[in-house]
Design a protein around this ligand. Structure first.
Ligand code: SF4
Length: 409
């Protein structure tokens, strides 16, 4: 089929096959891809509203046994740079989030063998007791699998327990590329194979949770494998309808074992556009300004995105790999409005909450994203020694912490 005939199919709202998608992705001009994706965005969101959420990315621990080779964020068990946030630290972050109009935490972290399931349940319950309306968008599928293995319980039981403790939705992290050949290269097939990642989402959707879906591209995958990833998401969405949105970002190579170079902004826009075309059963596509910066983030709105993602407030993972863009609510809204759209705040379910918060009350400007902790702060939260550690290093440090507490240090 010629490119023009495929383009006519897309304009007519027909689903494209993998071969047609590959043809478009490889051979269509960037403006054509943009126009096709923008046409779908306009059909799905004719009111010209571009949404965003005020929330905070909190990484509760950087200790991780998964050791993905594209990750600059994790520290090994026993590392002097490893940390676990205390409940009080997380409460403080929630207070700061609420102060700028935030409605949820995006809570994710490393696969820390010294945090048992009860730690998560207690944390979620404590948050919901203090902040009943505040939402927990927490624990990506590999973290759920990690907890399943750690506690010897099946994934549906873990989801049920986390929901009972206060889990509201699951972020789509850890998908990278849902092709096992790629996952093996990235050393992330151990944390979750493609099927396992999809299966957590399937169980979550069946349990009534909404989730997002993601794709990190630009490592070792081929064009065909990027499309296979998208098609696997499309198939699960046909089955469950549980995904609220899709977010793609480029691999950030600095300080990683894998190293390499970062994909270009043009590659990002083309990938976003083809995702908008293939994922015809997804209502929302986010722009990834945190990896691309504000200008490409704004351009994303002409390449299929209808959402500017999160104000974020805090970010640790992408920053560790070299990217440090920051946009507060005023800056996000400026980018949306300068592109000719109407900016609205939303929640995780993409329900509109209202106009920009900073136009309703004074919100402090934020010129830099916060970090998990001050550099060099490796203090051990007091409640941690109430939970059994599994690793030798974890046991040693908790015993030390317990002794310190007893001795009033
Ligand atoms: S990407 Fe996540 S699971 Fe992989 S090493 Fe980093 S923190 Fe661990």
């Amino acid at each position: 089929m010629t490119l023009e005939r495929i383009a006519t199919k897309v304009r007519g709202g027909e689903r494209v096959t993998v071969a047609e998608a590959l043809d478009l992705y490889r051979h269509a001009s960037t403006p054509l891809l943009g126009r096709l994706a923008d046409g779908i965005r306009a059909r799905l969101h004719p009111d010209r509203v571009v949404s965003y959420i005020v929330d905070r990315n909190v990484n509760y621990t950087n200790v991780c046994v998964a050791r993905c080779n594209f990750c600059a964020f994790y520290r090994e068990v026993g590392s002097s740079e490893g940390y676990v946030l205390g409940f009080d630290e997380i409460f403080r972050k929630i207070d700061e989030t609420i102060a700028v109009g935030g409605v949820q935490l995006l809570l994710q972290g490393g696969h820390n063998p010294d945090l048992p399931l009860t730690w998560y349940e207690d944390l979620f319950r404590a948050i919901k007791t203090r902040y009943p309306d505040f939402k927990l968008h927490a624990l990506s599928p590999p973290e759920v699998i990690h907890l399943s293995r750690l506690s010897q319980l099946p994934v549906p039981a873990i989801i049920e327990k986390l929901m009972a403790a206060g889990l509201d939705s699951i972020p789509g992290g850890g998908a990278e590329i849902l092709v096992d050949r790629v996952r093996k290269h990235l050393h992330c097939d151990g944390k979750a194979t493609s099927d396992e990642w999809l299966d957590v989402m399937r169980h979550a959707h069946r349990a009534g949770l909404r989730t997002t879906a993601t794709m990190m591209y630009g490592t070792v995958e081929t064009d065909e494998e990027r499309l296979e990833h998208l098609l696997r998401l499309r198939a699960l969405q046909d089955e469950t309808g549980g995904f609220t949105a899709f977010i793609t970002w480029s691999y950030q190579p600095d300080h990683t074992e894998l190293s390499g170079t970062e994909a270009t902004g043009v590659d990002y826009l083309r990938t976003l556009a083809i995702a908008r075309i293939v994922l015809d059963n997804f209502d929302n596509l986010q722009a990834s300004w945190v990896t691309q910066g504000g200008k490409v983030g704004q351009l994303s709105l002409a390449y299929g995105a209808n959402d500017m993602g999160s104000v974020m407030i805090e970010e640790n993972v992408v920053r560790a790999a070299g990217a440090s863009y920051c946009m507060d609510e005023a800056e996000i809204v400026r980018n949306i409005e300068d592109a000719g759209f109407i900016a609205k705040r939303r929640n995780m379910h993409y329900e509109i909450l209202g106009d920009p918060m900073f136009r309703q009350r004074e919100v402090p400007r934020m010129l830099e994203l916060a970090t998990a902790r001050e550099a060099g702060d490796t203090s051990i939260p007091v409640e941690l020694h109430g939970y059994p550690a599994r690793s030798r290093a974890g046991k040693r440090s908790r015993d030390g912490a317990a002794t310190d507490v007893q001795e009033g240090k």
